[in-house]
Every structure is written in C-alpha cells, then in structure tokens.
Design a protein around this ligand. Sequence first.
Ligand code: BDP
Length: 624
Amino acid sequence: MLEYSMLYPKSTASRRAVPLNGMWKFRLDENGTGRQQGWTDGIPGADWIPVPASFQDFYTDKDTREFTGDVWYETDAFVPSEWEGGQVLVRFGAATHRAEVYVNGIKVTEHEGGFLPFLADVTEIVRYNAHNKLIVKVNNELTETNIPCGQTITLENGKKMSKPYFDFFNYSGLQRAVYLMSVPTEAIFDFDLTYELEGIEGDYAKTAKIAYHVKTNGGHLVKLALFDENGEEAASAEGKDGILEVRNARLWQVRNAYLYRLVVQILDDSLVLDEYEQEIGIRTVEVKGTDILLNGKPVYLRGFGKHEDSDIVGRGFNIGVMKRDFELMKWIGANSFRTSHYPYAEEIYQMADREGFLVIDEVAAVGLFASMMNFMEASTGKQTAFFEKETTPILLKAHLKAIEEMVARDKNHPCVIAWSLLNEPETTNEAAVPYFKEVFEKARELDPQHRPRTFALVMNSTPGACKCYQFSDIIALNRYFGWYVSGGYEIVNAQAMFRKEMDSWRALNLNKPFIFTEYGADTLASEHKLPSVMWSQEYQKEYLEMTHSIFDSYDFVKGEQIWNFADFQTWEGILRVNGNKKGVFTRQRQPKDVAYLLKQRWESLPLDFKAGGVALPEGRSHNG
Ligand code: BDP
C-alpha cells in the first residue's frame, strides 16, 4: 500500500530518505534489445550521466540528442542493516515518459506518465548491509494514448524520432530526484486538510479550523501537532479524523507567506511508530462571481506561464535555476505562475509555499489537438477533431490517472490555488464534451479543498465555437492577437479582433473570472529596430501595450500570465529560432527590455485590481 503514498520523502524520527542523485551509468538502447541482452542485471559498456537531468543536451552528436526509444540507467544503492524489519522503498520524482525498475535483476515496478512520482516496494528484494543494483529502463516515445500527446515516426535510416503535438522539446530521462527510503511497517500514508476561517483581520484570522483526515495502514493512535514559525505549539488533536483549531492564526497570503509545521505521529503509548512532518499554510481559496478570492479577498494574478527548461540539464530539476527564477519573479512584481505544461518538481511548490506565490497546477494534458502546429492552425479557425478516436478511452484513462496522482501529490501545498486540467485541447467538436465532463468531475471529487478547475483555451475555442468552457470555474484564455494573427503593422486589426472576441465573452455574462494564461510575441534578445518589426524587442513592447489595453478594459479579467517566463527549447523548424523566444527573460535568465515594462505595470497594480468586477475609470491605463 505504501508504494502508492505520494508524501515527499523525508527523514524523521521514524523514517530515512537517502537521495541517490549523482552520476549514474547510462546507455541508449539503439536496437531495443537491452532486456534480451540481460541489461536488467547490469548495463555493459555504459557511460556516466548526472541524475537528475535530461540526457539530451550533454552530448555533441545529434543521434543522442534526438534519441527516441529506451534508455537505461544504473546505480548502486547501499541498504543499511538497521533498516531490516521496516519497509524499504525506491522513489522516483519522475521518469519521462515511462519506466521499468529492476533491483538486483528483479522487476519491482513500472510506471506510465513522465511528470509525477512513483515508488517501488523493495523490502523483500534488497540485500541488507550490502550494495544493491538499481536499474531503470526509461522510454521517451510519444503516443496519442498518453499525455503529453504526440507521435513517434521512423526515418529512412531506421532511427525513431519524436513528433510532439506540443511546442517544447521532448526532454526525457530521470529528470527529478531519486530517493531510497526506509519507512516503518505501520506508517502514515496520506493526509488531507481543509480550512475554515473566522474573523479575518489583516494578517490574522481569529479562529482557523483545519479539518483533517489522516490515512495510515494500521490501527494505532494518530496524533497531530501544529507549530508556528517560532516553534510554539499552535494546536493539537488526536484521531485519524478531526479538527485542529488555531486561535489568532497567521494567514498564508500572496507574497506574504506564513508556514506552520504540521507533525503527524502514530503512537503506541509513548512509542513513536511513525512520524511525518510538512509545512502548511492556512488559507482559503474560492471563486465568487468574477473574483478569485484568497482568504476572502480578491486577487489579480500577474505572472507567467513557465517551463522547466534550462541550458545543459534541459528539463532536469536544477536547484540554482529554481532560485534564480523565484528571484526574477519577485523582482518583476509577479505573484503567480502556471506549471505549463506538466506538474513540476515538488521542490518548486515548496519554494512557492515559502515565497507566497499562487500556482495554477497543470497536468501534462497538452497536445490533445491533432496537429503539431495547433497554435498556428487554431488561429486560422481550422477545426481538428481529436476526442472521437478509437483510442480516446485509453487516453482518458491515462489522463484521469495523472490527475489523481497530481492532486494526491500537491493538494496540501498552500500555493496551489487551481488545477489546470488541459492545455489548448480541441473543444469545437461535441465529442470533447463527455471527455471534459469526466476530467472535471474527477478533479472535483479528488480535491478535498475543492479548488477551482480550469483549462487553457486555444485561439479557436471562441465563445461561439467552444463546447467546453462551461466546465471551467475560471475561464483561462491563451490569445495571440498581434502575433499569430495580424502581427506587425496589422496590429490595429489584431486589436479590433481581440476586442470583438472579448465583447462576445462579455455578452455571455458568465459571471466567472477570466484570466489570460498565455499571450506573447517571439522576440530575439539580439534584435532592436526603430520603428519596430516583429521579432524585435521594440515590437514585444508594442504588442504588450496593445494587449494590456484590452485586459484593462474588461472588468471580469482577473489575471495575466504572459507566455513565457524565459526562452525555452522546442523541436527545430521554420517557426522557431533554436527554441521559442517569447521569454520575458532569456534562457540564461537575463531580462529583455519588456521586463522593465512589466515590472512597472505589475508593481503599480493593486492586488485587488478590478475587485468585484469594477472597471477602471475611463482613461486610466497601466501600460507604463
Ligand atoms: C500555445 C501553447 C504553448 C506554445 C505557445 C506558443 O500552449 O505551449 O509554446 O502557444 O506558440 O499554443 O508560443
């Protein structure tokens, strides 16, 4: 059972978590015959590679960078004798896109889906006080039956190649931390928290009631204690279900986070059988009318769609890049981001908890639109059916499983304020409706906090054509008027079209908040031109000024997350100059000119900008 626990690995009074990060043996399986050749017992002639990291950008040859198929990883894990008698687990932060795990030659687990954790229970297999061989076969092929969607083609020379239906490079491998864990036999498996606040004044609530539910695999007493940042006990309770009541609770707020430390124990009299602890934030989140409310107060989101993407390590978790990204987001006055287009490494949510960033947590459901150029073709109004394939039920099953894993993993992070369940899916065909219904119901059923659910609407998901927006609690638009549509000197037409679309959304009177989850213009940091042309830094600024003027004239628009935080790697082609260049920052995390415009705008917008759907006074503008 514990192998399904999504709790982040930690050492506590009863647990041990040993990171296995470092240099691992590595080999491409060019013929797909590794298993027949006995690589499950040891990889012959292997190279060495860092974990965590994407494998693609270390090498100097194209065949490795573009490699599609199985890759093998191997390391040694020493299991101490003190661990005997408990449970021993191996935990992968993620393996992209699917993996088979072998310990001492025996298959211990497999997992499908490249952006969420999984564990293998190896208690019966490991040798104690000895080295154990851990081997992982990772496969990075894209299909239409799992998320993210794409194709794998075979070239004339027999080599396979990935064809994503999405606009980011198919980085893969062991991109997140791997842990060896020891957990007691009777253990904490999961816990849920929901919040009720009374008498909110400033940074505090007179009373916060935290209803909890703890899951364990045994019958012993469960005890909880909550400590404030000074280490003082703020509340305690007993039993698997109950309420922690906190008097004068300091709230977790936007860019003003306060974290309590929750300690959960299983006790046999005074003996601690298991102990787990996690930092939590006391806050509520809900949607009311056209407002997004945090602790009952309206917030206007400003920030980014991001990627896990950087030089050399690709999509590999890099603690330094994470730190720099948060510093840049603070500098520019952002308060939120979307984990486009997949759940990120857990450490990023921990950091967002601490820094008070609002996160829209997105599952890897991207490319559910039968075209590699969806962002281009949708702009032309082209309709491409997607959800009526014979294989759709298989895709739906994988999608629902990923939502289940994401919600289980992330539900206790205060930073997570909404779930994004798809990015730019096909929505113009009736067949999308039952698919959406299941996906949205699943998220509601799984999340004890009933956080708002959303999905990002592609250009052709207009009020007239989209059959699925009604499922969203927050309407999230990805719009590229002035880039994919009528860019450059034609921007006046783009503006008119944009207004026309926004007018028709307004006419629907949905009484829901709208946010922009994408808008942006590709910009080369090297290009300056007066007067501007597309791709120059000057044009990125003009594009933003036009776009902001639209945002500011609709009172139901409650957030803006520009595409993208930084330039990022994509597949190669005529539309991309060694990657997508819509970054506000370069891939090396230095500002383009537009960063200063955004900083000025975001720092001047009140947190409750357009609260209660009240429009700006005529003539007021925030274009900086
Ligand atoms: C949207 C996608 C995003 C792309 C972006 C773009 O959601 O992944 O990178 O447009 O075209 O289609 O830059």
